[in-house]
Structures are given as C-alpha cells and as structure tokens.
Design a protein around this ligand. Structure first.
Ligand code: HEM
Length: 528
C-alpha cells in the first residue's frame, strides 16, 4: 500500500486515521461537509452513549440501512459490460432503423448476462438458461434485445410466466433449492405443460452449462418485424454468434466450479475485458415474409419454436464488441432496465402472445424494483441521443421539462413551446390488418409440441445426446414424487424412444409409462 499521499495517525484507542494530504480527496458527508473523524462516533464522555446530534454518524448509518433494493424477480444474478455495435452494411431496403443505415456506423451498447432462476447470490454454473440482454443507445432512442442463450422458450403465452417461474424458483414452504432445476415443483409444471418439452430438451443439453458468457450464443427468441421507409414489413429473428466459438463445461466440471468459485462467469468476463481480450459476437438475422411464414409447419408467433437455419439462413449484419467493464456494479449492472417494449422506428412487434405479455411486464416490474418512474433518468438507462418530453416530477426527477410549456398542443412558439411530434421519423406501428372474435382459445397452429424437440435431439452428436440423457436422469432423480418422473418419461417417448428408455433405465422405473396422449397435429396436417 502506498501511503505517500496520506498522513497516518493513531487514535487514542489504537485505531488508524488516514488523513488527506495532497493527492487524496477529503472525505465528506453526502452534503459535502468535510469529515474530521470517520473512526469514532460522537459520545457524551469517552465511555458514554452516542449523541443524536452526530449528523455524520446518523447519515452514514441511515444510508447503509437502505442500500438494498429488491432483486429482479427473475434473472437476479447477472453481470454487465459496455461496448459497441458496428453495422456491416446498410439494411435500408428492409428496415428504417437508424443504426442499420450506414456501413461502419458504431452504436454504444450495454449488455447484461444472467442466470434465470437463482437468487442474486447464487452460483454461476447452475444448470439454467442464460439471459443475454443488449441495450443499443441509437441516435433515435434506445433499442433493447432482451434475449436468452436458448432460441426457444418454455411457454407460449405470458399468462403462464408467473406459474413457470414460481415452479422453477425455491419452493415456498422450504425456501430451497436455490437455483436448481432438480426439484419436484419444476418438473411437475413441465410434465403438465406439454408446450415446454422442446425447451426441456434444450435445457438438459450442454447449452445450460456454458463455459463462460463469452462462449454462448444469444437469441431474441420471438419473431419481430423490420419495417422499411416505404412501410414494407419483413419478419426477423435475432441471433448473436460468439466469435470465440461455443463451448460448454460438462456437469462434473460445473459442480466443481460452483464449489471452487461461484463467481466463475463474472470473473471470466471481467478478466478478459481488463486484459484487452474483448469478446465479440456477430448479430445475425433470419429474414422472411408473411407468405413464407405461412409455409412453416409451425406458427412463427409461437416462441417454443425455432425457424430452422437450413430453411432461412442467418445473415450476419454487424458485430458487437464488449470492451469496458462497469465503473460501479450497482449503478450500472443492477440498475439497468431492459424492456422488450424499447423499440426504435423501423422495428416492430408481432402478435406473439409471450412477447405481448412481456411488453407489459418489464416496465411494471422496474417501477417496483427501482422505486421510481424516473429510472430512465439514470445514466445507464438514459438515451444518449437528445430527448425531450413533457413527463415530469415523481421521485428523483432529474429531467423535468425546462421553461413554461409542460403540455401540448400549446400556443407558445419556438423553444418556448417545447418539443413537437414528427410524423415522418416518429415511431409508427405497422398497420397490420386484424379481425376476429375476442377469445382465450389458443390457436391450433400452436399445438405440435414434439416435432421440434425430436429434431433438436436428433441434431445432437452421440456424446451430446448422452449428456442430455444423463442430465434428465440426474435432475429427475432429485424429484421425490415418482409419478412426476414417469410423466416426463412419458413425454420423452413422444420425442425419442431411445432417450426415453435411457432415462427410464437411469431412474430404474419399474415399468415404461405409456406415451402422453398428445401427439398433436402439425400445421400442415391441420390444413388437410
Ligand atoms: C428479466 C429474457 C420471458 C418477465 C429478463 C432478463 C432477460 C429476460 C434476459 C434479464 C434482463 C436483465 O439482465 O436485466 C426473457 C426471454 C423471455 C422472457 C428471452 C422469453 C422469450 C418473460 C416473460 C415475462 C418476463 C413471459 C413476463 C410476462 C421478466 C421480468 C424480468 C425479466 C419481470 C425482470 C426485469 C427487471 O427486473 O428489470 N427476461 N424473458 N420475461 N423478465 Fe424476461
């Protein structure tokens, strides 16, 4: 330790006082008042009680007492970094989004990787989906791709999200397990939710134990829309492909790493960036139009399905480089607020019922997590382009309207009148034609739950298939209720008989359960 710029004194109790001289800044209170002694509270007599008038002591303890905010209701454990996105070529023929207009254009980004189910202090190598959330600070506002490292999801409709997450997190009576898929409630929900079987195959694969964040793919999951300046819409799926390649650990390694260093993934990203070994991903797009979408055997609005890359190849359109660690974990990584609703002109939603629900959830949860409607004023969340609106007041308002006008239309002109609408560049929703009766009935085009699970399993190498079978066996062996184990095997029989048998043998099931009676028709079969 270099004490050159400090004077070190000993107090009467032997305590160390480091006194500011020269280079080090003087310690102050939050009000900016210099502090004379940070080691001792003010007391009535040397051995007497602490005095209420000690403002420094009270302010310090008061602030400490309120340091914690609620952790995210999901994806509580995460790690963020700054970087940039570089556009390869102009995509003006398919999207009016400003960041895709000029080759070589660089856009600032902030990325947060996360696990889903574990609490904030859980271990990095848990078998879990990883969040892959990217905020682009574009010249026309913030755009977020709030994705995962798995291209499909557990459920088709956001109304099931609370049930899914309740089942995945610790059980309400016992408060454990913390971050494991290995428990009754989780597998009970999966076994009673046939749409989740495709995702179940993916999460039992090596993808849910990545070697580090740097070696994972990312996916926007839902089908979105690109809209060009003429109003033409194209469906788009977003992919992040790691330049480092894809790597996972094996389960044995994951268990050891979790014990030896529960911060393994965050330390890996921090170290790589600090050493100048900047991780890089390419953004790839799958683009197709509505007529093409009609031809698929599944519904492109169903988030439990992928668009096969053989049928729609992924087109690389830019690269993302992470080159700066955060200055402060809480201010940036904890307070960053991603939202599927953060879109910019040229990009739009589809009617995917999972996406539609997410569009409500993020803003809502962030009010409760960050405590004020003004969380967009925090530097990590604020746009880096000019922004002007009439939203005002509320807790912690930093960007209130300046001047007289805080409403419109108004009679004031020029600057005094405040900001105005821009029909040309402003965000306009794609004018999709809609009709039909209000209904809760799910479309039959969402009903085939096994074909893609089977395709995924078959696409794996023999070693990877072995890992999937072992993962199912391990996780289900922790499930105490035998009917639940059998129900999962009954689903697996609709995916692959060999896999079902391996898991049944691994679990020493007395008899093979009948396949679940849910071999649903594909979209094409429905039509005929
Ligand atoms: C957080 C992805 C589905 C509600 C997150 C985060 C990611 C993510 C990456 C962490 C963001 C961060 O790092 O701060 C996804 C994906 C989904 C999905 C890929 C499906 C395709 C849903 C659904 C809901 C939901 C259906 C609710 C209806 C939330 C909430 C948070 C969250 C409440 C916490 C946000 C915060 O506190 O800032 N999600 N999610 N998610 N997600 Fe999702």
């Amino acid at each position: 330790v270099d004490f050159a710029d400090q004077k070190v004194l000993r107090g009467t109790g032997g305590e160390v006082h480091q006194v500011a001289t020269g280079k080090s800044k003087p310690l102050t209170t939050a009000q900016g008042v210099p502090v004379s002694d940070d080691q001792n509270s003010l007391k009535a007599g040397r051995r007497g009680p602490t005095l209420l008038e000690d403002q420094h002591f009270r302010e310090k303890i008061f602030h400490f007492d309120h340091e914690r905010i609620p952790e995210r209701v999901v994806h509580a454990r995460g790690f963020g970094a700054h970087g940039y996105f570089e556009t390869y070529e102009s995509l003006s023929d398919i999207t009016a989004a400003d960041l895709f207009q000029r080759p070589g254009e660089k856009t600032d980004v902030f990325v947060r990787f996360s696990t889903v189910a574990g609490n904030k202090g859980s271990a990095d190598l848990a078998r879990d989906v990883r969040g892959f959330a990217v905020k682009f600070y574009t010249k026309e506002g913030n755009w977020d791709i709030v994705g995962n490292n798995i291209p499909v999801f557990f459920i088709q409709d956001a109304i099931k999200f609370p049930d899914l997450i309740h089942s995945a997190k610790q059980e309400p009576d016992r408060g454990f397990p913390q971050a494991q898929t290995a428990h009754d409630n989780f597998w009970d929900f999966i076994s009673l939710t046939p749409e989740s079987i495709n995702m179940a195959l993916w999460i039992m694969s090596d993808r849910t134990i990545p070697r580090s964040f740097r070696f994972m793919e990312g996916f926007g999951v839902h089908t979105f829309r690109f809209v060009n300046a003429e109003g033409k819409s194209t469906f788009v799926k977003f992919h992040w492909k790691p330049k480092q390649g894809m790597q996972s650990v094996i389960w044995n390694e994951a268990l050891k790493l979790n014990g030896a260093d529960p911060d393994f993934h965050r330390r890996d990203l921090w170290d790589a960036i600090k050493m100048g070994d900047y991780p890089e991903w390419e953004l790839g797009l799958q683009l197709f139009d509505e007529d093409f979408a009609e031809k698929f055997d599944f519904d492109v609005l169903d988030a439990t399905k992928i668009i096969p890359e053989e049928e729609v190849p992924v087109k690389p359109v830019g690269r993302m480089v992470l080159n700066r660690c955060v200055d402060n974990f809480f201010a940036e990584t904890e307070q960053v607020a991603f939202h599927t609703g953060n879109l910019v002109p040229g990009i739009d939603f589809t009617n995917d019922p999972l996406l539609q629900g997410r569009n409500f959830s993020y803003l809502d949860t962030q009010l409760s997590r960050l405590g004020s409607t003004n969380f967009t004023h925090l530097p990590v969340n604020a746009p880096r382009c000019p922004f002007h609106h009439f939203q005002q007041d509320g807790h912690m308002a930093f960007h209130n309207p300046v001047g007289r006008a805080n409403y419109e239309p108004n009679s004031w002109s020029g600057e005094e009148g405040g900001p105005r609408e821009d029909p040309k560049r402003g965000f306009a929703s794609h004018p999709e034609a809609l009709e039909g009766e209000k209904s809760r009935v799910r479309s039959e085009t969402f009903a085939d739950h096994y074909s893609q699970a089977r395709q995924f399993y078959i696409s794996q190498t023999e070693v990877e298939q072995g890992h999937i079978a072992s993962a199912f066996t391990f996780e289900l062996s922790k499930v105490e209720t035998l009917e639940i184990r059998a129900r999962i095997v009954a689903h697996l029989r609709n995916v692959d008989e060999d896999l079902a048998k391996k898991v049944a043998d691994g679990l020493r099931l007395k008899e093979m359960p009948e396949p679940i009676e849910a071999a649903m028709p594909t979209k094409t079969e429905l039509k005929t």
